[in-house]
Write a protein that binds this ligand. Structure first.
Ligand SMILES: C[S@@+](CC[C@H](N)C(=O)[O-])C[C@H]1O[C@@H](n2cnc3c(N)ncnc32)[C@H](O)[C@@H]1O
Length: 256
């Protein structure tokens, strides 16, 4: 599922295929121009700057934008969302485009990537996105979120250790995992138990569209706190995320 890391060939931009008809079933009509513009930026700047592999351009729609767009259906209304390891913005930027009601924080340590993310946010005029340059654990104790997302970042045991401290007591980690989901859940079980998670739930999204043959469904692993009343999140400073109602408690935007 990786779009091609930095060490992949820095080939020129590929040709972005015409968007498939199903795009209009995943994104509302008023958001389609933003998805098209983002796709163009990924296929051009994103490839030239080594943020997405050139071999991904032909499958940008199905494998990346539609794949991430399907996750939008799993977000509660007005949720605060943190996308850990956003890379070139997948799935975080896609979620922010698909769902203007949610507030998305993109957490990404690499400067080259956060620079691109901030440029895309400015170009698209997205007002519901915050870019944080740093590793997930640097945000521990400063903010919690209704939903934490991650795609192609780490195995589930490591991912849960990085992400669960960012999950609000009633929130959830939604890890996009594909066919490895069951194996990863089994391997991570001791870590998930130790963290205090509910048993992991594997969900499939996009089934209806898949039945029409239009898309591949996506598979996510959902992790929540087993006992939200007793969640003890490591806090720095004075703010208690649990007392702040829904959503993130702190926003950082660091210009590179
Ligand atoms: C393979 S890329 C996937 C990018 C994107 N999620 C996608 O699906 O296209 C993994 C990303 O995770 C980031 N990353 C690695 N460790 C991280 C950590 N501890 N906290 C936040 N991001 C991390 C990397 O910098 C990289 O951008």
């Amino acid at each position: 599922m990786s779009p091609g890391p930095d060490d992949e060939d820095r080939a020129g931009p590929g040709v972005l295929p015409a968007p498939p008809a199903v795009l209009a079933e995943v994104f509302s009509a008023d958001r389609l121009p933003l998805v098209l513009e983002y796709a163009e930026l990924l296929a051009t700047d994103g490839v030239v700057r080594g943020l997405i592999g050139p071999r991904e351009t032909p499958r940008l729609w199905e494998r990346h934008l539609i794949n991430c767009g399907l996750l939008a259906a799993a977000l509660p209304a007005d949720a605060s969302v943190a996308d850990v390891g956003s890379g070139a913005g997948l799935p975080g930027l896609v979620l922010a485009i698909a769902r203007p009601d949610v507030r998305v924080t993109l957490i990404e340590p690499l400067l080259r990537r956060t620079t691109f993310l901030e440029e895309v946010v400015d170009r698209l005029g997205l007002t519901n996105v915050t870019v944080v340059r740093g590793r997930a654990d640097a945000v521990h104790g400063t903010a919690t979120f209704d939903v934490v997302t991650a795609r192609a970042v780490a195995a589930l045991d490591k991912l849960a250790t990085w992400c669960m401290p960012l999950v609000a007591p009633e929130g959830a980690l939604l890890a996009m995992k594909g066919t490895s989901a069951e194996d990863e859940v089994a391997a991570a079980r001791p870590v998930l138990d130790r963290l205090g998670c509910t048993p992991a739930v594997i969900e499939e999204l996009g089934r209806e569209l898949a039945a029409e043959g239009a898309v591949e469904p996506i598979r996510i692993v959902r992790l929540s706190w087993a006992d939200p009343a007793r969640v003890s999140l490591p806090l720095r400073g004075q703010r208690d995320p649990r007392g702040s109602g829904r959503g993130a408690t702190k926003k950082k935007r660091r210009k590179s």
